[in-house]
Design a protein around this ligand. Sequence first.
Ligand code: NDP
Ligand code: A1CAB
Length: 264
Amino acid sequence: MRIGFIGLGNMATAIIGGLLAQGIVEPGDVIGSAKTAATRERRAAELGIEVTADNAAVARAADVLVLAVKPVFFPEVIAEARDAVRDETLVVSIAAGLTVEVIEGLFGRPVRLVRCMPNTPALVGAGCTAVCPGPRATADDEALVLRLMGACGTASVIPERLMDAASAVAGSSPAFVFMFVEALADGGVAAGMPRAQALEFAAQAVMGSAKLALETGRHPGELKDMVCSPGGTTIEGVAALEAGAFRAAVMEAVAACVEKAQRL
Ligand SMILES: NC(=O)C1=CN([C@@H]2O[C@H](COP(=O)(O)OP(=O)(O)OC[C@H]3O[C@@H](n4cnc5c(N)ncnc54)[C@H](OP(=O)(O)O)[C@@H]3O)[C@@H](O)[C@H]2O)C=CC1
Ligand SMILES: O=C(O)[C@@H]1CCC=N1
């Protein structure tokens, strides 16, 4: 099975890196295209994959064709690739906001299409991918995408009406988490910690907290309460976050992402 990627940016690279690290594919199984020679050369060197400037060549070579350019470039890359997409080619879109109907409209004919919303932790096998099979995708197509993306973390089928929400909560949220990690570390540095140590402690605490929530299944409020000793230090920090409208800011960030996806 050959997997083709049109677009070799941040997300495609995270998926390819994850698939290679998990041993799901070999570098020779992957072909990709990018706009600039600089990106093509960098990805070929980093990942050992075949690269080309020719999007149609990627579509011709691929059993699974992943469309991994920004939504605004979908019309032009699909125009270049569509004649090379065969009836048996499985097309996977990872674009935010673009519905199955819109993508099929760009192909001008029915295609076997699965929409996915992955995130960059796929690179280290800890991704979270929402999967939405289009009407012409078969049960085998769905199973294949779940197997591929599941190898890079978790992968779950969701209805298309929830894809914009999943795009925010899974796709975009790593950016918010990294901002939080950076801010935690800044606070540690302000209190005298060396930068590298503060970053390591902050990232490890975030990872451990996520693991605790996932593995215990306990409500995050209960887990928060377990940290707040009566009259202790943590509740002072919780009060400071509430004064800064921390949770409202996070909810507004999710809503802003959803709104933007609906406009794409
Ligand atoms: N980044 C993320 O965390 C996530 C992104 N996504 C989705 O993934 C898609 C890609 O996003 P992201 O990886 O962040 O974007 P990037 O900007 O990092 O990468 C886009 C890639 O597309 C290439 N490209 C642009 N035009 C063409 C073209 N005409 N033919 C071939 N390749 C082209 C670019 O090439 P070059 O480098 O040469 O300019 C680049 O390699 C988007 O649709 C986004 O919604 C989904 C989930 C998470
Ligand atoms: O910012 C974006 O548009 C993409 C989609 C989800 C994460 N990154």
